[in-house]
Unconditional design. Structure first.
Length: 280
């Protein structure tokens, strides 16, 4: 941790806004559940959605005292939360009901890009106070993006940049206009899907993967989630990517709560790029 980050964290601990994190907080949103479980004091959490207790989403222990709600306003009434968090679009009926009953409710903006992620993290800090882990996450994201901007802004689509291709469920790949694309390009990769004209989501066959010859294959989701992963592992050409360490798995959490996964993912992709360039 650098001196700047340590200073920010120290000031955050002294900030009066940190007292907000001790409020009784409830969440009606899966991502916000995860934010509370990982960044907020456990004693401040009174309720999260039932999804966060499921194995496919569980990323932190759920304290025994926390009530698992199904986004119904009536469930939160006896809990008397000081603050209720929800996303922009989900649980709208419950949110409106709680607001009508006088509860303090804050809609945290969703994040589908790095720019929106910065706005989301700011909104979380404005709402929850300067939680140390939240402040650190914002500082790291800002530093990584500034470094990427300085280093790669002049090298867009440069031949020296290694190439990458994302493979997801049902042969889906990610092109321009997606957070995943931004992470690749900010890490110093050329996204071959975007260069093939894919905007947002598209499809790619195993034959196309072999023909494009990306320097890095990026898998999204577990191997059990999509057939192409199994085909890739059996294909003699693509198997070389595994043998040479030219693969990377995007964390599942990036898809539903990038606030908790984007910084680590960007750093790991940057490290992967350095690894690849160093071996060339």
């Amino acid at each position: 941790m650098d001196i700047l980050t340590r200073t920010i964290l120290f000031l955050a601990l002294l900030s009066p806004a940190a007292a907000n994190s001790q409020s009784r907080v409830a969440s009606l949103n899966l991502c916000l559940d995860q934010v509370l479980l990982q960044w907020a004091p456990p004693e401040s959490i009174v309720s999260i959605t039932w999804l966060s207790a499921q194995d496919q989403y569980r990323s932190a222990p759920v304290p025994e005292h926390v009530y698992l709600n199904r986004a119904q306003a009536e469930e939160l009434l006896p809990l008397k939360p000081d603050l209720v968090l929800t996303g922009q679009f989900g649980a709208q009926r419950a949110a409106a009901r709680l607001e009508a009953l006088g509860f303090t409710l804050v809609r945290i903006p969703d994040a589908y890009s790095l720019e929106q992620l910065q706005v989301q993290l700011q909104a979380l800090q404005d709402t929850l106070g300067a939680l140390p882990a939240l402040v650190e996450q914002r500082a790291q994201l800002t530093a990584l993006l500034a470094e990427s901007e300085d280093k790669y802004q002049q090298k867009e689509k440069s031949p020296e940049q290694p190439t990458a291709l994302i493979l997801s469920a049902n042969n889906i790949t990610y092109g321009s206009g997606m957070l995943e694309h931004q992470l690749l390009t900010r890490a110093g990769f050329r996204n071959l899907a975007a260069e093939q004209g894919v905007q947002q989501l598209g499809r790619v066959s195993l034959e196309q993967v072999v023909a494009l010859q990306p320097d890095l294959l990026v898998f999204y989701g577990g191997d059990q989630d999509f057939a192409i992963a199994h085909l890739a592992e059996r294909h003699p050409v693509v198997q070389r990517y595994f043998d040479r360490g030219r693969t990377y798995h995007l964390p599942r959490q990036l898809g539903y709560c990038p606030a908790l996964a984007a910084v680590e993912t960007l750093q790991q992709l940057k490290n992967k790029r350095s690894d690849i360039v160093g071996k060339e």
